[in-house]
Write a protein that binds this ligand. Structure first.
Ligand code: NAP
Ligand code: 12T
Length: 352
């Protein structure tokens, strides 16, 4: 390969909810790929996908699939990443992994370009893409940390079903229609596909995303807690999370309470800071009922922030509402953005 001639890019999990958005994002960004390899399980092998007017055939992921690949974007579940990411690296590819498989490995950078792009320099072949809920929150918190310091974060999420894959979107749609038509519908996917019990998501709210840990938090909540500290380089930051699934197809919302280190900061200062920050769109005009909502954020790469206000009792405390497209900034766009950073920083090794 040579950078002038473009790169050989592979998308693993190309038929999934995130994989489809990765392909779309590569096209929208005019990403410099000369060759594109689309990989899935044996189930979708042979499926045809049109990209830029050209037909591609999806192939079953195998170790040999990564021969000659420069950048591999993985989004096919943690076990697939554990199995194939080392195979891709062995063959000279740089892997951007969208699963939780490697995120907390101290030797693997966990990157949100607006926050810690410099960590990419330490990569040894694999870069981890954080959890969707973590990404949008740290984009909004980093400018605050830089200017006023950050002591504490308490977050409650209102998450879309698309985070749990294409089957979860289908379940929300089919279940909603069934209930409206007075028919029975047995939940099979949410809150967690592999769990013993499944609950109705239509017209409901489920306070469980991913599996429970012994400490009473869910794994999704622990991802937010641990990943935030790692990405922001704040191992001692106080963080707690409650993650809730809503009957929304795309777009995660978060109510974020945070405490700064500097006394006497005004909400107008936080608003002005965030309105100029990278990757953020400020939508904060209560008088005119302007605030972020998931339905308005679908399809955008940005993180939308509003409802910024000072706590009534705690001088260091502020509240804000953070919304983003979980399949874009939360997954596909952040991964492609990492790939763009790797190219700009000269961190993609030439492959044959
Ligand atoms: P999805 O819609 O269920 O798609 C899963 C994809 O993985 C499909 O393309 C599927 O191919 C492929 N796949 C499954 N088993 C495979 C195997 N053994 N070998 C190769 N490919 C295989 O799920 P999704 O929502 O796109 O999410 C995919 C993964 O991305 C998740 O498991 C999660 O780890 C990660 N994710 C991360 C975030 C984040 O927060 N950053 C958000 C969402 C998802 P077939 O068509 O052949 O089944
Ligand atoms: N279970 O961290 O169900 O890769 O919304 C992201 C989203 C795992 C992840 C979800 C999940 C991830 C979900």
């Amino acid at each position: 390969m040579s950078q002038q001639n473009g790169l050989h890019v592979a998308v693993v999990g190309a038929t999934g909810a995130v994989g489809q958005q990765m392909i779309d994002t590569l096209i929208k960004r005019d990403f410099p790929f000369a060759k594109l390899t689309l990989l899935s399980s044996a189930r979708s092998a042979g499926k045809k996908v049109m990209v830029k007017g050209q037909e591609y055939t999806v192939e079953e992921a195998k170790p040999e699939s990564f021969e000659g690949v420069d950048i591999a974007l993985f989004s096919a579940g943690g076990s697939v990443s554990k199995q194939f990411a080392p195979e891709a690296v062995k063959r000279g590819a740089v892997v951007v992994d969208n699963t939780s498989a490697f995120r907390m490995d101290p030797d693997i950078p966990l990157v949100v370009p607006e926050v810690n792009e410099d960590d990419l320099h330490k990569h040894n072949g694999i870069i981890a893409n954080p959890n969707c809920s973590t990404i949008q929150m740290v984009v909004a918190l980093e400018p605050v940390r830089q200017k006023y310091g950050l002591k504490k974060v308490l977050v409650s999420t209102y998450q879309a079903v698309s985070g749990a894959g294409a089957v979860a979107i289908q379940e929300l749609n089919d279940q909603t229609k069934a209930i409206i038509n007075g028919e029975n519908y047995e939940p099979k996917v949410l809150p967690v596909k592999s769990a013993e019990k499944h609950y109705q998501i239509a017209f409901n709210a489920i306070p469980q995303i991913d599996v429970f840990q012994d400490n009473g938090f869910t794994y999704e909540e622990m991802k937010m807690i641990n990943e935030t500290k790692k990405i922001m380089h704040l191992p001692d930051l106080s963080v707690a999370a409650t993650c809730v699934r809503l009957p929304v197809a795309v777009g995660h919302s978060e109510s974020v309470y945070f405490e700064v280190e500097q006394e006497g900061v005004q909400p107008s200062e936080i608003k002005s800071l965030l309105s100029d920050a990278p990757g953020i769109v400020l939508q904060d005009d209560p008088e005119n009922q302007i605030y972020p909502m998931p339905a308005n954020c679908v399809g955008s790469n940005d993180v939308f922030v509003g409802r910024i206000r000072k706590d009534l009792d705690e001088d260091l405390g502020f509240h804000m509402w953070v919304v983003s497209d979980n399949l874009l900034k939360g997954a596909a766009w952040n991964s492609v953005q990492i790939a763009e950073s790797l190219i700009r920083l000269g961190l993609v090794k030439a492959n044959q």
